[in-house]
Design a protein around this ligand. Structure first.
Ligand code: PEP
Ligand code: MN
Length: 337
């Protein structure tokens, strides 16, 4: 059960609500976010929720049978919108395109890609400065100094930044230079990291784990929400399967399922899913038709010499063709409904 409290609730009213829940053998956790003040009550007791609903200070109450609560659409039926400022939003009505290199490599590269994105009216740039690499000998990113340069050029041109945070200790250094924190597939269930990101006021995109179930992804989102941050985006990026013909198995079934289960926006990453440059386009278009709220993909001026993931990165002409097709496909999808 979720109880939304009035933001200015009096302490004595809150105490009475907590006491009533306790009397009915519910244990309650208090959750305060940027947007609301909630009690998440867990228990097996029989209760007519009106017993709580009529108490002073309660603004809304719902029974939520899912094991995750605040991210469930049983609690919030309207889809959430993530507002990045400067009129950049992620929601079912504002299809998000996020593009950029796998890794930020140099200042020249940033300047060049920012110019390319501006020209194509793409508002969000991806690029890792802390890279989770399978081998410790691979390029591991330019780190915080690279992020500052990335931020400087994006900020000057009104482009928003999404970049991966790998550990708790990086959050404080990164927070002023990031518009969306990305939690990578390998950190999808790093609960300490999720808890700490929940204490920030910055949107977070969580990628599905390499072998993560849909419910596990939702629980990861619940960690962030219950720690105080409602601005969460989910990302399907392919899961590990027995198939070897491509990098990961893109689970497009997850998109409509997630859109049914949660009010959070759902983004698809075709690059890390198929992992093959020439097939990024068809998979992207399929993702849009499956109901995704946005796409994040990798591109590079010269994919052949990229420091990481060049094999799945589009070059500029390929990316431009894809933006056009993404927009057309999204328009087509909107006409269908
Ligand atoms: C990335 O986005 O570059 C990345 C490492 O993604 P993932 O965590 O999905 O592997
Ligand atoms: Mn990559």
């Amino acid at each position: 059960m979720i109880i939304q409290l009035q933001n200015n609730i009096k302490e004595q009213n809150k105490s009475l609500i907590l006491k009533t829940l306790n009397d009915y053998k519910f244990s309650a956790s208090e959750v305060k976010t940027q947007q609301g003040n909630y009690l998440v009550a867990i228990g097996k007791g029989e209760i007519d929720i009106r017993q709580i609903g009529y108490l002073e200070g309660v603004s809304d109450i719902h029974r939520v049978s899912d094991s995750y609560k605040l991210v469930s659409r049983k609690w919030k039926t309207n889809y959430s919108e993530i507002d990045l400022g400067d009129d950049v939003k992620i929601s079912p009505n504002e299809f998000a395109i996020m593009a950029g290199p796998c890794s930020i490599e140099s200042e020249e590269q940033i300047i060049d890609i920012v110019k390319h994105l501006k020209k194509n009216n793409v508002k969000i740039m991806r690029g890792g400065v802390f890279k989770p690499r399978s081998s410790p000998y691979s390029f591991r990113g330019l780190g915080i100094e690279g992020l500052k340069v990335f931020y400087k050029h994006c900020k000057a041109e009104g482009i928003k930044i999404i970049t991966e945070v790998m550990q708790v200790s990086q959050i404080a250094d990164m927070v002023d230079y990031v518009d969306i924190f990305q939690v990578g597939a390998r950190n999808s269930q790093n609960f300490n990291l999720l808890d700490e990101l929940g204490k920030t006021n910055t949107p977070v995109m969580i990628k599905r784990g390499l072998a993560g179930t849909i419910d596990e992804l939702l629980f990861s989102a619940e960690y962030i929400f219950s720690a105080g941050n409602e601005q969460i985006i989910l990302c399907e990026r392919g899961i590990r399967s027995y198939e070897k013909a491509y990098r990961n198995t893109l689970d497009l079934n997850a998109v409509p399922i997630l859109k049914e289960k949660t009010h959070l926006p759902v983004i698809v990453d075709p690059s890390h899913a198929i992992g093959i440059r020439q097939f990024v386009e068809p998979v992207t278009l399929a993702a849009i038709m499956s109901g995704a709220d946005g796409i994040i993909f990798e591109m590079h001026k010269q994919p052949e010499i990229a420091f990481s993931d060049g094999q799945q990165s589009l070059n500029y002409p390929e990316a431009e063709k894809l933006y056009r097709k993404i927009r057309k496909t999204y328009e087509f999808r909107q006409e269908l409904v």
